[in-house]
Every structure is written in C-alpha cells, then in structure tokens.
Design a protein around this ligand. Structure first.
Ligand code: G3H
Ligand code: ZN
Length: 287
C-alpha cells in the first residue's frame, strides 16, 4: 500500500539520513526502483513530473501500475507516490487519482500567491492523509519544461511557507536540475543553515541530486536535508547502458531486439544507480 512521505521523512531527519526520490518514466523505471528499494530495505519515493504523467498515459494509469507492482512484486518497504513540481491543477488531479503525496511548486509566483495556494492545498491534503511538499526559491535549470531561475531562497520566506503546515520544504540553495556546469559554485550551505535554523524539525528537500559530490550530499544531510531528488542520473545511466548494447550489435544477435532483452542493460543500470544513491544517502536498512 502506498504511504504518505511524512513519517518516513520525519524519521530520516531525526536519524540524519535522507530518503531518495527517484523519478519514474515507465514500467522499467518503476520496477527497477521498487526492486532496488526492497533489496536495500530502504524507504523510497517515486517522483512523477507532470510531463512523465502525461507520457505514462495519465495519473490514474501511474497509480494502477504502481499499486499493481507493490502487490505482485511483494514490496514491503514504505513507498510514496509523489507528484514532482506540480501546478495547482496537477495537484488536484493527483489527489483524485490516488497519489499518496504531492509537491506544489509555487516558487515562480510572488510569495503572497505561493502562500495562498500552498495554504489551500495544506487543508485538502491534511484531510486526505497525504503529504505535501512546497517550494521557495526556484531550482535552477530545466526539468520536463519546468524552468527555474536558480536563486537562493529567502530563509524568512521559507519559514512563512513551513509554518503553513506543509510536510517538507524544497528550497533553492544553488542547486540545479540536470548536469551541473563546470563553473558551478556549489551549494550554499550558509543559506541551508539559515533555513534549517528557522524551520526547526521540518524535513528539507534537495532537488537536482544528479552529480552533486558525495561530500556536499553528506553536509546537506547534516544540515537538515531528509529527501534528495534524483532524475537525470538514472536517465544517463539507462541511456549509456542501452547505447553500449546497441553499439555492440547485441540487438541484432538472436532475439536481442526483443524489448525484454533490449531494455535489460538499462534496467540493470538504473538499479545500480539507485542502489549507489541509497547507500550514499544512508537510507539502506532504514525500512
Ligand atoms: O525534481 C526532480 C529533481 O530535482 C531531479 O533533478 O534531474 O538534476 O537529478 P536531477
Ligand atoms: Zn526538482
């Protein structure tokens, strides 16, 4: 059964580790992540962007697929199905479709509007027993059409949003979606520290988890990050493994063109990436 992400993230924050949110795109992605979480005895959050939701034929299809896998793969670890960078409308659709968690990304609105819309969603989500993530200070780069300016969040604004009764908070601290450029200045731990001092026990979320060096990940966790989002890194490892298979001509040998064979190296590569991240984030054995 799907669970809200609230409890798993409160436990992570108190235990000084982070739970990974891994974005899904299709059946292979979902199965690879769920099996890895089960093998690692790690709680996990499946992230679905609005673009990926459309690609997978809609949120109800996603809910059906994930619930089916939880049962048939006998998954026992806590799993949350979470809308990633949702619009207000997208949040309403996912609540109706049976997601267990949503993110409302109001970071591109003026703060008053972000507060108003987030407040409305807190009331709805609380009643349903779901969890809600909000965002302050847009994450840099682009993910599935969501473009952010990459500013550092204002800690006072973070406190205003955190005080609305949300369950976890994403704040821009110099993090970027996609690959980090060679001249990236790194995460602003000063900003993160100021945010955590003002928001107390609130689990903080680090977006743009692809390619952040291990020492920065560990420092971010020590300063209150309890959820780390990874998307691009799974896509890169899937693409590299698939390319290797095709370039070696394996798709032309025997039944190598059968999608169950063709997609297997990419599937294995996603599992390896997810396992590596769960070990780095410290969530292995925490389920
Ligand atoms: O919301 C999802 C993420 O922030 C993923 O970022 O693609 O850079 O790993 P990433
Ligand atoms: Zn993100």
């Amino acid at each position: 059964m799907l669970v809200s992400a609230k409890e798993m993230l409160q436990k992570a924050k108190a235990g000084h580790y982070a739970v990974g949110q891994f974005n899904i795109n299709n059946l292979e992605w979902t199965k690879a992540i769920l099996l890895t979480a089960e093998e690692c005895k790690s709680p996990v959050i499946l992230g679905v962007s609005e673009g990926a939701g459309k690609y997978m034929a809609g949120y109800k299809t996603v809910v059906g697929m994930v619930n089916g896998m939880l049962e048939e793969l006998k998954i026992t670890v806590p799993v949350a199905l979470h809308l990633d960078h949702g619009s207000y409308d997208g949040c309403m659709k996912c609540i109706e479709a049976g997601f267990s968690s949503i993110m409302f990304d109001g970071s591109h609105f003026p703060i008053e509007e972000n507060v108003e819309k987030t407040k409305e969603l807190v009331a709805i989500v609380n009643e349903k027993g779901m969890s809600l993530e909000a965002e302050v200070g847009a994450i840099g780069g682009e993910e599935d059409g969501v473009v952010g300016k990459g500013e550092c969040a204002d800690p006072e604004e973070c406190k205003r949003i955190a005080d609305l009764g949300i369950d976890f908070l994403a704040a821009g601290i110099g993090n970027i979606h996609g690959k980090y450029p060679a001249n990236w200045e790194g995460l602003s731990f000063e900003t993160l520290d100021a945010i955590q001092k003002l928001t107390g026990d609130m689990p903080l979320v680090l977006h743009g988890g692809t390619g952040i060096p291990a020492d920065m990940i560990k420092k971010a966790i020590s300063l209150g990050v309890a959820k780390i989002n990874v998307n691009t890194e799974c896509q890169l490892s899937f693409a590299a493994a698939t390319r290797e298979y095709v370039e070696a001509g394996k798709d032309l040998e025997g039944k190598g063109f059968d999608p169950r064979k063709l997609l297997k190296p990419g599937f294995d590569a996603i599992q390896a990436t997810v396992k590596e991240k769960m070990e780095l984030f410290g969530s292995v054995g925490k389920a």
